[in-house]
Design a protein around this ligand. Structure first.
Ligand code: NAD
Ligand code: MG
Length: 424
């Protein structure tokens, strides 16, 4: 059995965490400062990273930012460093590490080099690593945090898609706790606390359906980058916004849930819920369905991952069901959105398929945004790469990285061998 986020794993840091939040309940700030929770944010310049900083600014009595890391936005990272005064900063983009260094405040050290995010995780014995890099790029540092037994507040779902089995087994061995930030998984995590793992019949992930929920097949074929980036309910980074339009995001989330909560693929269903109010639910064997609801604001699941098992006031706006009037639900259309079928396929097959699926999707998502392939080519090419792959079971990290590299190359090989329509 693998470790899972749903209460099966002891939080190594739990003796210090909830108590330290007593600072919010009126402890003298000087008493609390000694025991503040130390937090690193990987991907602090992105959409989740900035929301995490907004949450932390409300909880400043209880948390201290000790490390910030980003990909390429070095000026924004410098601004954040001057405001938050972390001990360390890391930037993936080697070309701008020197420029960043000049803008850092006194006492803030730049960690440079190719593996700077991983070395940042190693540099500080922090209480929590917020993993909010986008894509496979976040895997090495996130896995390192798990290897070191840290509490990981996980937004970056791709590492679990690529290496879910390895990450969860590692967490079980090291005592690391992985707490989901993804809103659906946060909802499932909360709902699971109402019963035992063995008494769960199925989990139901909700999906907004994205901007093309009601689009015809022809409209999907001709979808432009601009229209695909126009998400109806969530404001997010560009990669996940395109993933939401193709519903690849939900496919990734099926795989994420499979590993995080240790359920079989057949126990994970998806329902379309355009309002994005009911964030997901768990159905137990007695027929009881436990759901978590709230306005669509990522600050709520981010804060819950940080303060778990306690809850504190959050700046996200409150939900009024009477103002909303109604919530709607419908079956997803796997004909127009075959990505959902692929998500279940990969969650069933496991092994190296997650790495291949994720890598092919990442490349195709990029190619679409660059106007080099059409919208439907994203899923089409990803499926072709997946079906060409010879699966390896129980892959090592090296084998997963090889599978990822192979899939990226295979997308190019397929593009070279068959004519691909460009977007308009
Ligand atoms: P984003 O594009 O807004 O931000 C990504 C962050 O990763 C930035 O800080 C960027 O600098 C950094 N980054 C990019 N490439 C990097 C690299 N090679 N090395 C190091 N850092 C790099 O993305 P986002 O929307 O904040 O999403 C982040 C993750 O959270 C994704 O995995 C996404 O699926 C997940 N997520 C996001 C949301 C949301 O509302 N945005 C919701 C649920 C889950
Ligand atoms: Mg989600």
């Amino acid at each position: 059995m693998t470790a899972r986020a749903c209460g099966g794993v002891q939080d190594k840091n739990s003796q210090s965490h909830p108590e330290q939040l007593q600072g919010l309940d009126g402890f003298h700030p000087e008493d609390v400062r000694m025991n503040k929770q130390q937090v690193i944010i990987l991907g602090s310049t992105g959409s989740i990273g900035e929301s995490a900083l907004s949450v932390l600014s409300e909880l400043a009595d209880a948390f201290e930012v000790v490390g910030l890391a980003g990909g390429s936005q070095w000026q924004k990272l410098a601004q954040q460093a001057r405001y938050w005064n972390p001990k360390f900063v890391a930037l993936a983009d080697a070309d701008h590490q020197d420029s960043l260094k000049e803008l850092l405040p006194d006492g803030c050290q730049l960690i440079d080099g190719d593996d700077s995010l991983t070395r940042l995780v190693e540099a500080v014995e922090c209480d929590c690593v917020i993993s909010a890099v986008v894509g496979a790029a976040g895997l090495p540092a996130t896995l390192r945090a798990v290897q070191l037994g840290r509490k990981v507040a996980l937004a970056n779902k791709e590492p679990l898609v690529i290496a879910g089995e390895l990450m969860m087994k590692t967490a079980e061995r090291t005592g690391a706790t992985i707490l989901p930030i993804d809103s659906e998984h946060s909802a499932v995590f909360q709902a699971l606390q109402a019963g035992q793992h063995d008494d769960v019949e199925r989990i139901v992930l909700t999906a907004s359906g994205g901007p093309f929920r009601d689009a015809s097949e022809e409209e999907l074929e001709n979808a432009t980058v601009e229209s695909a980036l126009n998400h109806p309910t969530w404001s997010m980074g560009p990669k996940i916004t395109i993933d939401s339009a193709t519903m690849m995001n939900k496919a990734l989330e099926i795989i994420e849930a499979r590993w995080l909560f240790d359920f079989e693929s057949e126990q994970i269903d998806v329902v379309i819920h355009p309002e994005s109010i009911l964030h997901s639910m768990v159905e137990f064997c007695d027929g009881s369905v436990i759901a978590q609801m709230g306005t669509p604001d990522m600050r709520t699941p981010i804060q819950y991952a940080l303060t778990y098992p306690r809850r504190y006031p959050c700046p996200a706006s409150r939900l009024s069901l009477t103002d909303l009037g109604q919530l709607t639900f419908s079956e997803p259309d796997t004909h127009r959105f075959p990505s959902l079928r692929l998500g279940h396929q990969v969650a069933t097959q496991g092994g190296s398929t997650g790495a291949v699926f994720n890598a092919a999707n990442e490349v195709c998502n990029d190619l679409f945004r660059l106007g080099k392939i059409g919208f439907c080519d994203i899923v089409r090419l990803t499926e072709e790469v997946l079906n060409t792959h010879e699966r390896r079971n129980n892959p090592t990290l090296e084998e997963l990285i090889d599978a990822d590299n192979w899939a990226r190359q295979e997308v190019e090989t397929l593009r070279a061998s068959s004519p691909i329509k460009k977007t308009r």
